[in-house]
Design a protein around this ligand. Structure first.
Ligand code: AMP
Ligand code: ZN
Length: 669
């Protein structure tokens, strides 16, 4: 019997690896998603029930979930060198001359894209991924294997005829699509957007929770085989093709084998413009001597291989004339200056505005009216102004000064003492701030009204259908239907979603109403400590400061919030509509420890409670839920039509089987 199980586990792993390869590498899935999901689920259950067959490279490990507190430092067996840079064709010609002097024979080059991400070194032994290490300082890096396992196109198990042990290096990067998706979500949650895909990719590799890494949507591309042992190959090009056959996504896909430097130049010229159409960022081209024998002959300088060279694209910069500076008020009230200029072509698109970031940067540029400015598109998504051509400045033009009043509501602006930010203090009535507050209120971590997107909220506000959070609860379907592109079904979904949000527990509502400095954790602590919004309203700064982890800044902000009658009124209205503004027992609150030390699993169709409710009950009484039948399981609670889990549990002879009523009886005894 155990042998059969082990066999089944291995078969499932093989099948899932194959599906994964078809899906992510070949882009030709052979089975529908649900087949993949079913098999993955079966494998997860089997592995949970049989921890003895655990394998870090099982496809189940791709979903992440492991937490790494500290990433161990690992010394690279082979140093990870930098690349020398070149900026024009003259540099390349010099480089070729130097090479030929050493090799005394013609050379061929492989030209590849220079992927703009975080470099990684993967170690494979017996065809299995055993270690992933960041570049670090080139001599040693951080081990991030658990995080790299979640990247779908990194093979966990290789195919074909691979060497016993080797390293392969490449780049972990984030596509524009995933980068934008992350930023849209961050903005909805009121977080600052990430700057660029490269930093986001390298930051993601260092996240402690691998299931969060998975959600980022990273990709990998491999470009260098490194080992003492070379498989039967004489060139870098051959090695890339081999790596591709072993299951890797390799740089070869967009690379070119160049017989002459003219081929190289043509490749560079092509990508200098084409790069703007790639779904990810590159910051140049990498050239490598193709012959491995010649590579060895050339060797390394103190810093970089002599057989490779990066060609960096010039960050595109254009000159154009400033027309005006306008100001945008963000959802948090921060005012950002924006330069509007004569439209120019930059990096393949027409641009006519660029952010000036903040007052400090604007003044450092010393911008005057009608100035000629230099606009650059660097790694960031939004172009920026990097300088002013002072020679072209008109003699009597005036310096540009920051506005004094909010362009949206007229309120005098204020400057944050410790920051460069200038903001509008009219939180309650400045239009973008009101909208921002409502967007925050409906976001996933607060009221979780996911049918109501930011665009709809903006539209509702503009049409005067809502002017604060509480107004959401008196919206009717009839009011929604006449809106642009609003179908019957979506209108109903919005109304239903709003109604459902009345069940959201107090601590999330408290987070949602958007008191400055009250984040998720603080909201939880306040809800738990005060138990109701009315008690919180009455609290003094001193009382607040006595709550664990609540400092003066937060306390003051809470007191200020409730000092404002408008906020009190808002809260009262929410309460009158049935929104939870009192503590109702939350999942983590422990009632007693009657189930302490006991483990539970629920199976089959439950009729007295839902699975979520059941699991919550277990936790409230100090017990633990586990995900599969194993020797660690004490109780299996079965509903109707219980299947394989019941059989498995019966077979153990140690698991106690209960029906739903018996489970409830346990709680009250
Ligand atoms: P730099 O960081 O500018 O010194 O450039 C060296 C880095 O370029 C390496 O550490 C790699 O992470 C990265 N790189 C991106 N694409 C390639 C490629 N196709 N071949 C080699 N290195 C690459
Ligand atoms: Zn304002």
């Amino acid at each position: 019997m155990p042998d059969n199980i082990q066999q089944r586990i291995e078969d499932l792993r093989d099948q899932l690896n194959e599906y994964n390869y078809e899906y992510y590498i070949l882009d030709e899935p052979s089975v529908p998603d649900y087949v993949f999901d079913e098999k993955l689920k079966e494998l997860q259950d089997l592995e949970a029930a049989h921890p003895e067959y655990k394998d870090a490279n099982s496809p189940t490990q791709r979903v992440g979930g492991g937490i790494t507190k500290n990433f161990p430092t690992i010394r690279h067996q082979f140093r990870m060198y930098s690349l020398d840079n070149s900026y024009d064709f003259d540099d390349l010609e010099d480089w070729e001359k130097r090479i030929v002097k050493t090799t005394e024979e013609p050379v061929e080059f492989v030209a590849e894209l220079k992927y703009d991400g975080a470099s990684i070194s993967l170690l494979y032994e017996q065809g299995k991924l055993v270690q992933a290490v960041t570049r670090g300082d080139g001599f040693q890096g951080d081990e991030v294997t658990a995080n790299v396992r979640t990247i779908p196109n990194v093979p966990l198990k290789l195919k074909g005829d691979y060497p016993e042990k080797f390293y392969i290096r490449g780049e972990i990067y984030l596509s524009h699509k995933n980068f934008n998706r992350i930023n849209v979500a961050r903005e909805e949650e009121g977080l600052d957007p990430f700057m660029n895909p490269r930093n986001t990719a390298s930051g993601s590799l260092k996240l402690q929770d691998s299931s969060e890494v998975k959600k980022r949507g990273l990709s990998a591309v491999l470009y260098q085989y490194i080992s003492d042992i070379y498989p039967d190959a004489e060139t870098h090009w051959d090695l890339l093709s081999k790596a591709k056959n072993w299951g890797f996504t390799v740089s070869e896909d967009r690379a070119k084998l160049c017989h002459t430097l003219d081929d190289v130049k043509a490749f560079i010229n092509y990508w200098d413009t084409e790069r703007h159409h790639l779904p990810f960022d590159i910051d140049g081209i990498v050239l490598k001597v193709n012959s491995i024998k010649q590579q060895q002959q050339l060797g390394y300088t103190a810093k970089a291989p002599r057989w490779a060279m990066a060609y960096k694209f010039k960050p595109e910069m254009v000159e154009t004339q400033l027309q005006s500076v306008s100001y945008q008020v963000g959802r948090t009230g921060a005012v950002t200056p924006v330069a509007n200029f004569k439209p120019v072509l930059l990096a393949g698109t027409v641009v006519k505005r660029a952010t000036l970031h903040n007052e400090y940067i604007m003044h450092k540029l010393d911008l005057h009216e009608n100035d000629y400015v230099y606009v650059e598109k660097g790694g960031e998504v939004i172009p920026k102004i990097v300088g002013v051509n002072k020679e072209k400045r008109q003699p009597n033009s005036l310096p540009v000064t920051f506005i004094k009043n909010c362009p949206e509501c007229g309120t005098p602006l204020v400057k944050m003492e410790d920051q460069a930010v200038i903001y509008c203090p009219n939180e309650l009535h400045c239009p973008p701030q009101v909208v921002g507050r409502i967007i925050h209120f409906v976001s996933r971590k607060a009221m979780n009204i996911d049918n109501l997107g930011s665009e709809t909220i903006e539209l509702l506000y503009r049409k005067h259908l809502i002017s604060n959070l509480a107004d959401l609860y008196i919206l009717t379907k009839e009011q929604l239907l006449p809106l642009d592109r609003m179908a019957e079904k979506s209108a109903q979904n919005i109304i239903d979603g709003i109604a459902k949000s009345k069940e959201i527990p107090f601590e999330k509502v408290l987070y949602g109403i958007g008191i400055k400095h009250v984040g998720e954790t603080v909201a939880k602590k306040l809800a738990k400590h005060f138990g109701s919004v009315n008690a919180l309203e009455q609290a003094t700064t001193e009382e607040l400061c006595n709550v664990e982890d609540i400092g003066y800044k937060i306390a003051e902000s809470v007191v200020n919030f409730f000092h404002n009658p408008e906020n009190i009124q808002l809260v009262e209205r929410l309460k009158s509509y049935g929104v939870q503004l009192e503590k109702y027992s939350s999942a983590t609150e422990i009632i007693d420890d009657s189930l302490s030390g006991k483990t539970f699993l629920f199976t089959g169709k439950l009729s007295l409670f839902t699975r979520e409710e059941a699991e919550e009950m277990v936790e409230k009484h100090g017990g633990k839920n586990i995900s599969g039948v194993s020797k660690n399981l004490n109780y299996l609670v079965v509903g109707e039509k219980a299947g394989s889990k019941l059989k498995k549990a019966q077979a153990t002879g140690t698991v106690i089987i209960l029906d739903e009523q018996q489970f409830l009886d346990m709680l009250h005894s």
